[in-house]
Design a protein. Structure first.
Length: 708
């Protein structure tokens, strides 16, 4: 045990009986206003004036202005699969069904006060799962469950089973109209009720129409008691005899996939596909394309102003007859942000998972979607010399280069870009990821042409370059490699056998690698040796290193901060959503830190991490200094600050009142600047303690009091 003499520092310790309260953790993050987008799979109009409901990425949203803007509801579940609204305004919702050996869902929910409060309900036996809802006439609600079809006329409490046949009937889909017509289809028959589900007629599929064995209908729409429309995954059908025979219909442009079919009160038939929406005013004889954008259209509804709304793979759109479509997704922030980058002009770019590329110039108050990339998943974005941008995406082409300040884009003949980095002399490097795409590629002409330079058998998740021009490659399964000759040759570092998801370097020899399995590895010798400094079971997806020595890690558990060059990590997530992990981190010129999340858009710190990054670099401390800890006295944890005029090896050691060493708060090589160390003393008892900073020939000691 180490001792240090404290003769001139020892004081008489008075014990006080004190009362204290634990302060609530300060909110550190707030959500920006976007990017506004999300996959909207279901929209329904309520009987309440101007009220609509929608599902975006399996989360409930409510609009009270006819769909112009949306707000999240009091139903916290983020796995809602379907819902319906009865004539009296009651809302029924069912979560996603998960199946392994058995099938289960997290809940069936009911609200009778416009979504202000919710309760779970049971339909039939306790283990029943609900896959389909539809609303009939006079407030009747139908629910298709794992044990058959049920209906209720009296809210959520009383459900009656419907026997469609003498044996169990397996419905593929269920539909209804408010005039009492209800229909469902199986793999070989149509079941039809004209009296709100009281009695049912069975219509087996017949020849000479499409061979019943080739007919697969998973979505149904009712025009009247004899005319029905059905969708398969790749086909559109119509029946004029109550579902006994079916004919296949064609559209002006042939889509690859069909997603929904609905019929308006005026009799217009609407079909949603992977290339937009089509409409027919003559019961399906002729069709016109009404939604020209190449977005998947999942759902339709009409609001109380008779505007048509469509839910798509990226937004809600609405329009009145013969007017232009208007994006109508304000408040729906459901995108998965996979990459953030701050450009030299101050703009922030956010790349998403198949929701496009967005730009903000005002700290996240307003976001602009660059529409060329509506259905693209971004893995990496870098700014190249000259102010243009390179985008690495999953798929083919896997790389785009900007022209004219992000107004034009040119594809490059690469596939599945997992990461991009800049080497020395404006050289660009791209890492390929995917089952059939591997290796590192290099470009010496600002991305116009590329040559494979190594690691051809490795999937490259991350690339990083340090200030000496050494390039590091994080792989899927084989750890980290490096090249010291601008990509000509590669060697494996001391970190092997790991699935790397995040990789970064600081201004010195520090390297940090984050893994898919939740570990952070640290190297201070260029990758020869590594230390596991953080472990969790959730992915480490990105790092952010500020010029004042603070290091941030985005993980599946939130954001973590290190103030001691990565030796220890503390939670820095207050204000972030609990259920969405942080994929990408970036800071702006004012020192705000941004976090791109999986499902909740972009968050920003409430206050700057530093007042100004440039200011920080220009105002390095001129002398060594050790500050008084804060708070003091303290309970459990306190912050110790010190200044370093140059990069040096330090040790920050804690001693008790007798001079015995009790802890090392920080040690290692620290860069010049202002440093803050959060020291946790929860394992120690109340008393007087001393902390000593040793940095080369400089040392200083200060006193602090721990009160529990």
């Amino acid at each position: 045990m180490k001792f240090i003499s404290f003769q001139k520092y020892l004081v008489t310790l008075f014990l006080f009986s004190v009362g204290f309260s634990t302060l609530a953790q300060e909110v550190l993050w707030e959500q920006t206003n976007g990017p506004i987008t999300g996959t909207v799979t279901l929209i329904e109009s309520s009987s309440v004036e101007e009220e609509l409901w929608c599902l975006a990425n399996n989360r409930f949203y409510k609009s009270i202005d006819n769909g112009k803007s949306w707000n999240t509801t009091n139903l916290p579940n983020r796995d809602i699969a379907t819902f319906t609204i009865s004539e009296n305004g009651s809302i029924y919702a069912a979560s996603i069904i998960y199946c392994t050996l058995d099938c289960f869902q997290s809940g069936i929910f009911y609200s009778d006060d416009n979504g202000e409060s919710w309760r779970t309900i049971q339909i039939g036996s306790p283990d029943n799962t609900v896959s389909l809802f539809t609303t009939g006439a006079q407030g009747r609600v139908f629910a298709y469950t794992s044990n058959g079809l049920y209906y209720s006329d009296s809210g959520a409490n009383l459900w009656s089973e419907i026997n469609l046949d003498s044996s169990r009937v397996w419905l593929r889909t269920l539909s209804s109209r408010n005039n009492g017509i209800v229909a469902g289809v199986t793999n070989n028959s149509t079941y039809l009720s004209l009296n709100n589900g009281q009695t049912w007629a069975k219509y087996p599929y017949l020849y000479p129409s499409i061979n019943p064995s080739d007919l697969y209908i998973n979505t149904l729409a009712i025009y009247n008691e004899t005319i029905l429309f059905g969708l398969g995954y790749t086909s559109l059908y119509r029946s004029t005899d109550s579902g006994q025979t079916w004919e296949e219909l064609t559209l002006p442009i042939t889509p690859d996939d069909f997603y929904n079919i609905q019929i308006t009160e005026e009799g217009q038939v609407l079909v949603g596909t992977d290339i937009g929406a089509f409409a027919s005013w003559d019961i399906g004889d002729t069709w016109s394309r009404i939604f020209p954008y190449n977005s998947i259209v999942y759902t339709f509804t009409q609001n109380h102003e008779n505007e048509l709304l469509v839910g798509t793979s990226d937004a809600v759109y609405r329009r009145k007859v013969d007017t232009n479509w208007v994006r109508s997704s304000e408040g729906i922030i459901e995108n998965q942000v996979t990459e953030l980058i701050r450009l030299n002009n101050g703009n922030l770019l956010a790349g998403t998972f198949y929701d496009g590329l967005f730009r903000t110039s005002d700290g996240g108050q307003n976001w602009e979607q660059l529409n060329f990339f509506v259905s693209t998943s971004f893995e990496s974005i870098i700014e190249i010399p000259g102010g243009e941008v390179a985008l690495g995406v999953i798929g083919y082409p896997g790389l785009y280069l900007s022209e004219d300040g992000l107004t034009k884009w040119s594809p490059v003949d690469l596939t599945n870009i997992g990461s991009l980095t800049r080497g020395s002399d404006s050289t660009l490097f791209a890492g390929l990821v995917g089952r059939l795409t591997h290796g590192v590629y290099r470009s010496v002409d600002l991305g116009a042409t590329w040559t494979e330079v190594g690691l051809e058998s490795e999937e490259i998740n991350e690339l990083a370059t340090d200030e000496f021009g050494i390039i590091y490659a994080g792989t899927l399964g084989n750890g980290v490699f490096r090249s010291e000759d601008n990509g000509e040759t590669w060697e494996q570092t001391g970190l092997q056998g790991e699935n790397i998801r995040a990789l970064t370097t600081d201004s010195g020899e520090l390297i940090f690698a984050g893994t898919i399995t939740g570990s952070i590895f640290r190297s201070d010798d260029g990758g020869d040796n590594w230390e596991n400094v953080y472990s969790d079971e959730k992915i480490v997806s990105d790092f952010g290193i500020l010029s004042n020595g603070l290091i941030f890690a985005g993980t599946g558990s939130g954001v973590y901060i290190s103030t001691d060059n990565g030796f220890s990590w503390q939670d820095y997530s207050a204000g972030l959503p609990e259920e969405s992990y942080q994929i990408s981190l970036e800071y702006d010129s004012q020192g705000y830190l941004y976090a791109g999340t999986w499902g909740d858009g972009v968050f920003r710190t409430v206050s700057p991490i530093v007042s100004s990054i440039n200011e920080e670099q220009e105002n390095r401390p001129k002398d060594f200094a050790l500050m008084q800890n804060y708070p003091n006295p303290f309970n459990s944890s306190t912050t110790i600050s010190f200044n370093l005029p140059n990069t040096t090896k330090i040790s920050l050691t804690i001693y008790d009142a007798l001079g015995r060493e009790v802890a090392i708060a920080a040690s290692g090589n620290f860069s010049s600047g202002y440093h803050n160390i959060i020291w946790d003393a929860k394992q120690l008892s109340s008393g007087v303690y001393f902390y000593q900073l040793q940095a080369g020939d400089y040392w200083e000691i200060k006193r602090m009091i721990l009160l529990k």
